[in-house]
Ligand binder design. Structure first.
Ligand code: ADP
Ligand code: MG
Length: 287
């Protein structure tokens, strides 16, 4: 769908001051909570585990400098939910730090024996962590790569967010998921009327170029943008096209070249629009 693509692109855009580098350079923390670990791999060299599909968090580069007897020298985003020390990882980008995904969610599922109460428990832990003044001191924004699943982990993390941005592909299965997710957000918001989860926008992704847009795609897109439909008012005013230069997650990288597509002249306009959408939603800046 483009969750990891969107999360990592936004992280890079905000950290570098937009495609032209002239905006404010935000200090960004990326939390990967997706078991596929793609955001982790986009920013860190993860440790392969022999005989396993999953990757382990690498040894922290400051393991020799940080003196903490309770620390194992590695961290995943799941550590936030436990009373263990958490040290974010630096990346190749000055303003981007990361906590990689643990892959497996078993440790979280064992937090409480009653699955029903796990989501609110996670929300509480996340909120507590987010409200630490030290975090606000170190970062301007925390970006979470979180799948829209109904799992308590996913739901619990969504409950602690302040803003949400939703990618969708212009095809039926993906589009059907959007009103469902918006419904869930509406239900979450019933319980937090004072500080509702704000929808930054639904961003269509992998939209074929005009010449390749099939009748079916066109109908699907029109359905999304229908002002009388459930998604219309949340749609972003632009979309991201299907582009070869965006096909980057297939080749994990940890250096600047990973984000070359942001400066690709074909993509520049939509990258600028994406940057403006996030900057204006979060900081109210008209660029
Ligand atoms: N607009 C796009 N055009 C071409 N490829 C894209 C586009 N958006 C994402 N991709 C590629 O599609 C794949 C899946 O995207 P990804 O963001 O990893 O999805 P998700 O995190 O939702 O599973 C990745 O290889 C990514 O680079
Ligand atoms: Mg992903």
């Amino acid at each position: 769908m483009g969750k990891t693509f969107l999360a990592s692109t936004i992280a890079y855009l905000l950290a570098t001051g937009g495609p032209d580098g002239k905006g404010v350079k935000r200090r960004v923390l990326v939390l990967d909570y997706d078991s596929q670990q793609d955001s982790s791999k986009a920013f860190l060299k993860m440790d392969a585990i022999p005989g396993d599909d999953e990757y382990a968090a690498p040894l922290h580069p400051e393991v020799d400098e940080i003196v903490d007897p309770e620390w194992s020298g590695r961290n995943t985003s799941t550590d936030i939910l436990f009373d263990s020390p958490v040290y974010e990882y630096p990346t190749a980008f000055e303003n981007i730090q990361v906590l990689p995904s643990e892959g497996n969610v078993d440790r979280v599922l064992s937090m409480t024996p009653q699955t029903a109460s796990l989501a609110p428990t996670i929300t509480t832990y996340m909120r507590t962590w987010f409200s630490d003044p030290e975090l606000a001191n170190d970062y301007d924004i925390v970006i979470v790569d979180n799948p829209p699943s109904k799992s308590p982990v996913s739901a619990g993390i969504l409950g602690a967010a302040t803003h949400v941005i939703i990618p969708t592909e212009p095809e039926y299965d993906s589009i059907d998921g959007v009103p469902m997710l918006l419904n869930r957000i509406a239900r979450i918001n019933e319980e937090r009327p004072d500080h509702p989860l704000e929808i930054v926008g639904v961003v269509p992704n992998k939209v074929p170029s005009k010449s390749r847009l099939t009748q079916k795609d066109e109908v699907a897109l029109a359905k999304l943008y229908d002002r009388n439909g459930p998604t219309g008012k949340y749609m972003s005013r632009f979309w991201l096209q299907q582009r070869n230069c965006y096909r980057v997650m297939e080749r994990p990288s940890v250096d600047e070249s990973h984000f070359n597509y942001v400066h690709n002249h074909h993509a520049l306009k939509e990258m600028q629009k994406l940057y403006e959408l996030v900057e204006s939603s979060l900081w109210g800046n008209e660029i």
